[in-house]
Write a protein that binds this ligand. Sequence first.
Ligand code: SAH
Ligand code: DHB
Ligand code: MG
Length: 226
Amino acid sequence: MSESRLWQEVDYYLTARLLSDALGDDALTAALRDSEAAGLPPIAVSPTQGKLLQLLARVQGARHILEIGTLGGYSTIWLGRALPSDGRLISLEYDPRHAEVATRNIARAGLDRQVEVRVGPALESLPLLADENPPPFDLVFIDADKANNRHYLEWALKLTGTGSLIVLDNVVRGGRVADPDDTHPDVLGTRAALDMIGSHPRLSGTAIQTVGAKGHDGFALVRVVE
Ligand code: SAH
Ligand code: DHB
Ligand code: MG
């Protein structure tokens, strides 16, 4: 068995053992099915990763969540379900077609009162959001165009407070992040974000590599301090 096949098999095993609820959950499975039918790329978080995000949101006691990069709303549903009934999640998405699919998926999950999808380039939506003076977000999930990861991290820092958690997806990308010959804008954006995490006095973070249904990748987990 190839390495990546093995990672996938183990991820499926863990999903079957630990996440049978999610496998039988109509809103989650329909969100993936309709995303695929609409031609969206199959790059949502895996079930085990979605559950991790949900656990982090619950541990955090999150009432206000910001997501950058909605796609079909699969990660949004995992996160949205961690919210108390008066909690809110805002998710930013560039592609109106993705946002439309996500909005339907989120409504089917019964989360349309708590979740709002805002369409446009996130670097335009974020200053508009900041102008509204929202309460600090308890959790920010950054999962959009990786070239802008450092900018997204800077906005996340502005929109959070002490104790908030910022999660960045796809920080390893099969090891590309650590390959000095790789100067793709996505890789540079993630490296710049990691450099900021490692050097900023208000950020305390780490990154963990992951293997599974989505290959070899990783999350950065960052706490806002002071
Ligand atoms: N979080 C989703 C996956 C997001 S995929 C999940 O796990 O289910 C990345 C998404 O970011 C895509 O839908 C893409 O259209 C969106 N995106 C790309 N560039 C963007 C930008 N500049 N602003 C906001 N969203 C962007
Ligand atoms: C891609 C984007 C993602 O956010 C992800 O989790 C996996 C792949 C991509 O653009 O290829
Ligand atoms: Mg991702």
